[in-house]
Ligand binder design. Structure first.
Ligand code: ADP
Ligand code: F6P
Length: 334
């Protein structure tokens, strides 16, 4: 089959925003322009596409955005694409593809998570070449060792833990800290290990949330000289306010819960995020210009690679069990 020559690349951000998305938009735009390809920014993800909210991007319009959190293209979830009536969903996806085509868009870069890749995959069936770039703080995409936004979110969580340690140790309290991550425990694992948590509770291993175990860890550590405790709870486990109350009630150790929430999604991206965002954005453009379609960019074993979206979506993600195991070993007072 003859390869389609891409003349205009559309770029959109979809799902939850993540630090580094702007650096990725910049990289996509500048690398496409560098190859003589036009770039259109689609506002508010697939919703904006359906509303025909599309603007030209040039080298200047993506200047001064790479260090900003959020996404200058805005982001949204688009319920029309996942309408429970499959005929209605297909009609919306077809309409979105036609709107893109009317703007001359023949290649599309989608920066988002698994859900957004499914939307991209659906659009590709209507004749637009698509490439997904993993953008989510959650690090929950199976095909890649990195998702844009993760490092920034973890560092915010770590900074919060360090602040909470100060007040927690002054009052000799137990601090229960809930971090984001949807159904994935990766932010909790990294923030827990680097923040020196007594215990890390993750949804992939519900036993970590066993109340008796948590109490045992706290009491053993206290008996061996520890004066304060940090328990990191992943959002997918939840219930941190109740947990803090229960700890206080059962063993009389003053406890406070802090839910970090959306602060983890704001602020300047770290260098790690800007680097991956820039590299992945440029890689996505190279893929499209080389005739690729239905691909997702990934960072695997230290290299940028790509996978078929269908294969990527079928992959199984393993949590960082090594972090969980090492933290259990080194957070214990012997
Ligand atoms: P993320 O990309 O972060 O996983 P979502 O799961 O919320 O975020 O998905 C973002 C958007 O992608 C959804 O609002 C929807 O428009 C689109 N999407 C999700 N799943 C599908 C699907 N199965 N088919 C088509 N589009 C989808
Ligand atoms: O996917 C990123 C994320 O921040 C998850 O960690 C969290 O579960 C979800 O988005 C929150 O979504 P919203 O911004 O819609 O509240």
């Amino acid at each position: 089959m003859e390869e389609k020559r891409i003349r205009t690349i559309g770029v959109l951000t979809s799902g939850g925003d993540a630090q580094g998305m702007n650096a990725c938009i910049r990289a996509v735009t500048r690398s496409a322009l560098n190859k003589g390809v036009r770039v259109k920014g689609i506002v508010r993800g697939y919703s904006g596409l359906l509303e025909n909210d599309i603007k030209d991007l040039n080298a200047v319009s993506v200047g001064n955005i790479m260090h900003k959190g959020g996404t200058v293209l805005y982001t949204a979830r688009c319920p029309e694409f996942i309408d429970p009536d499959p005929a209605k969903a297909q009609a919306a996806i077809n309409r979105a593809a036609n709107i893109a085509k009317a703007h001359g868009i023949d290649g599309l870069v989608v920066i988002g998570g698994d859900g957004s890749f499914k939307g991209a995959q659906a659009i590709s069936k209507y004749g637009i070449n698509v490439v997904g770039v993993p953008g989510t703080i959650d690090l929950d995409i199976a095909c890649t060792d990195y998702t844009i936004g993760f490092d920034s979110a973890v560092n915010i969580a770590l900074e919060a833990i360090m602040r909470l340690r100060d007040t927690s140790s002054s009052h000799e309290r137990c601090s229960v800290i809930e971090v984001m991550g949807h159904r994935c425990g990766e932010i909790a694992l990294w923030a827990g290990l680097t923040g020196g948590a007594d215990a890390i509770l993750i949804p992939e291993q519900p036993e970590t949330a066993n109340f008796e175990n948590i109490l045992r860890v706290i009491m053993e550590n206290r008996a061996r000289g520890k004066k304060d405790n940090i328990i990191v709870v992943a959002e997918g486990i939840g219930g941190s306010v109740e947990l803090a109350k229960r700890i206080e009630k059962e063993i009389g150790i003053e406890s406070r819960a802090t839910i970090l929430g959306h602060v983890q999604r704001g602020g300047q991206p770290t260098a790690v995020d800007i680097k991956h965002a820039s590299m992945m954005g440029a890689y996505a453009v190279d893929l499209l210009l080389n005739g690729a379609n239905n691909r997702v960019v990934a960072f695997k074993k230290g290299k940028y690679v790509d996978f078929d979206i269908d294969e990527a979506l079928a992959m199984h993600r393993e949590p960082s069990w090594d972090i969980e195991e090492v933290n259990r070993r080194i957070s214990t007072y012997y």
